[in-house]
Ligand binder design. Structure first.
Ligand code: MD3
Ligand code: FE
Length: 223
């Protein structure tokens, strides 16, 4: 059937909306969802990293992580020789983590809402910085107090190939490219799926330079 003018207009209108791709039972990629606020958000990110610098944390096994990490919000994710956990204090500065700016918490809440998770109020935002070659091996996120809330991620800068696995480490992974401004929401059953990031390829992003920054918004403490 030939499209009517109205259909063409409707298509054009939906083009303005971020495209939602379902990647799992309760997981969604919102392409370019953050682009309208990205300029506003970059200075905020610099302020956070100024107060709570990115650092390469030590895994319990004694390896230094290839990603540089920091956090904002009431709780920040940390690791050292005694294990993975959340802390109200940044071990590097001895101070509380910087507060989560409203532009970030609102963006995460709106993305969660779009994916069908109402009332998402994150208390933690983990900041991961990848320079080319940095990666994240397949793992599950199990350090949060409960798994009822989704995890929302925002990708900035250089592209990444995200690995979305199953419930066992050996399950086959899907490969999902994540680009500047993309947001992903993982909830429900998908919350405990294995996932990782392939080594970032060399390149330069016009706004972020030679790096990828990923923010993950979580409800880490008691609901
Ligand atoms: C899928 N970060 O910080 S974002 C992490 O790009 C982490 O920095 C990656 O994995 C990154 O823990 C991937 C995504 C992510 C976060 C949590 C998930 C994907 C997830 C939890 C369940 C399933
Ligand atoms: Fe993870």
């Amino acid at each position: 059937m030939q499209p009517t003018n109205f259909d063409l207009f409707a298509d054009h209108e939906t083009e303005q909306q971020p495209r939602a791709e379902q990647i799992g039972e309760q997981s969604w990629v919102l392409r370019g969802f953050a682009l309208p606020v990205v300029e506003q958000l970059l200075p905020t990110l610099d302020t956070i990293i100024g107060a709570a610098p990115l650092r390469h944390m030590m895994t319990p096994g004694g390896f230094s992580m290839s990603v540089g990490t920091s956090s904002c919000g009431t709780l920040g994710w940390i690791t050292d020789r005694s294990g993975y956990r959340y802390s109200t204090v940044d071990p590097l500065t001895g101070e509380p983590w910087p507060a989560m700016p409203q532009v970030l918490s609102e963006l995460a809440r709106e993305a969660a809402q779009r994916a069908g998770f109402a009332d998402f109020h994150p208390d933690s935002c983990l900041i991961n910085q990848y320079i080319p070659g940095a990666k994240m091996s397949l793992h599950q996120d199990k350090d949060e107090h409960a798994y009822t809330a989704p995890i929302v991620s925002l990708s900035l800068g250089l592209p990444a190939m995200f690995l979305f696995g199953g419930f066992a480490r050996s399950d086959k992974s899907q490969r999902i490219p994540l680009l500047h401004g993309d947001m992903v929401i993982w909830g429900g059953a998908d919350r405990l799926r294995f996932h990782g990031v392939l080594p970032i390829k060399p390149g330069r992003h016009p706004q972020l330079g030679e790096r990828r920054v990923n923010l993950t918004f979580r409800v880490a403490g008691c609901l």
